[in-house]
Design a protein. Sequence first.
Length: 166
Amino acid sequence: MIPIVFLSTTRAAARAALRVAPLALAALALAGCATFDRYVPSWRSLGVYKIDINQGNYLSQDMVDKLKTGMTETQVKQILGTPLVESPFRKDRWDYVYEYTQQGHVVEHRKFTAYFDDGKLTRWEGDELPASVVDLNRSASAKALPSSATDEDKGFWDRMLDVFRK
């Protein structure tokens, strides 16, 4: 009698383990994976690919430092480029706007405005700008390219893949 009861409880336990094993394995994989957010950054996208977008005028502090009051509109265009927004209702105001969108979220937004009076530059104002074009390119490449992680920053799976790659 005892061996039959033992066999029936072993089979029941095996069936229960077979039902729970896939869920336990999935929970273990998701909980222990440090790189899950890197490979699946947003649940909202659900497979929809959204490109990173740099849009508008790239301005640096070096460019703004070249401006002087009294410059003509042509001279300002040579330094800063064509403004993104040139309102037909305000011919004396040019707006230079820059926006960086990553995965559908605005990461950076800058605005710079130049004011004219009778075709001459009178004043300008705007958000803080990168110091130079080199700094601007460095920050843009840091956003667009993944950073090289050190061994401490890497997750378990990345370290395992590095072992196999060597």
